[in-house]
Design a protein around this ligand. Sequence first.
Ligand code: ADP
Length: 495
Amino acid sequence: MSLSLFQTFKLPNGVEYEQPLGLFINNEFVPGKEGKVFDVHDPATAKVVGQVHEATEADIDIAVDAAEAAFYDGPWSKISSAERGRLLTRLADLFEENHLILSSIESFDNGKAIQLAKGDIQASIGCLRYYGGWADKIHGKVIETDKERFAYTKQEPIGVCGQIIPWNFPLLMWAWKIGPAIAAGNTVVLKTAEQTPLGGLYAAKLVKEAGFPPGVINIVSGFGKIAGNAISHHAKIHKIAFTGSTLVGRQILKASAESNLKKVTLELGGKSPNIVFDDADIEKAIEWINFGIFYNGGQTCCAGSRVYVQEGIYDKVVAEFKRRAEANIVGNPFDDATFQGAQVSEAQYNRILNYVEIGKNEGAVVETGGERHGSEGWFIKPTIFSNVTPDMRIMQEEIFGPVCAIAKFKDIDEVVRLGNNSNYGLASGIHTKSLNVALEVSNRLRAGTVWINSYNALHWSLPFGGYGESGIGRELGKEAIRNYTQIKTVSVNLN
Ligand code: ADP
């Protein structure tokens, strides 16, 4: 029997809603051309809770054709910038009206704590509304050259954009991608991660309700090697935005080179340093290092996974941080008190525990955690390794789980050297009461974001992205608009 296109889901918190299961192309939910489907798991129980339709290469072609037709010939090609802004704002309003359903889906699909999922949806609403505001404020300049010429630039949309998003913040990444692309006047084919397809499809239903013309926003569920690969190689896609692992990021860049040199932005992995100086407010710093690594179960590209503590307070911080980590409430994602839910998948769960073994074998000390939590689902205890040396794999490689590596440092020069001892460069944190220390270290760290006396303090108006192997280009803020537009120079001969 073939899979239907909608199914009623009843979530553990009693929220009941109709979940679209099809691919969202041309404003309709449709089955994939090959009739394939794939399983959706509940990370909290490891059980299969449903299936969705799978996009293969033929579906990507159809979605791209729809997006291309909308861009060049459809109503989208004639729409005013103000109307684009109104549609995005309307979409933000619909996210707000459906806030409880969206956050519940997010928690169910990803395994994250409902209190965090609610925050994700608030941030998604903020992001969509922010880009709604940008839509009619994107423009070029008149450039003076000489009397014989009148020259100006236009900041034009690129066309059909491919967008590939990860599973750690499914709806937030959806909003980060859709917001600037649509504000700038592009059309999109967005692929959600195979681990978390549900929220993106429900949001697609809201796209139609908001009144977007068919073909402007297309949302497909599918696998990286099939649907993702088709997007990254597609000749009619002229820009690709990817968030995910550095490994796949390299493949995306290669696919662009091998196909049509589509513009590429990449938001990739990290191994971000979170630095605590002797003069820091220790209690607050511990809250931030705890939040820095254990927020979202450590499944955050900017996670503060390397903690460096100055020698005068090292022993105290390690002891207090251990106590704080053990107080984090881990478990049922739908319990309002839970801070850390399940890891997203069995593969991630195994990968993280494998890193714990690597850390132990390398000689680092497990201060706390290092094992599964409970007996069902993919839960891992908050884990802290102390005495971690720079060469250890747990200090070098992105684990993407609730595992923190701590080391001691003497002074600014040493911690800057340690902090920069990574191929990544996404984020960083500095905890000190000294403005001079904070500014000196923030100037010397090679990272796209520096949080001083805080951590994970992202905001839709602040550019976010990486130095080094953490990525290319910037998401959010005005910078993202730049990445979704291209400049046309027009020069008029007045002579
Ligand atoms: P993770 O390792 O955290 O699962 P990935 O980088 O593998 O992250 O996945 C992020 C996104 O990239 C997902 O949507 C996934 O389907 C997609 N993806 C994975 N492999 C490829 C690929 N070869 N080409 C295009 N997209 C891919």
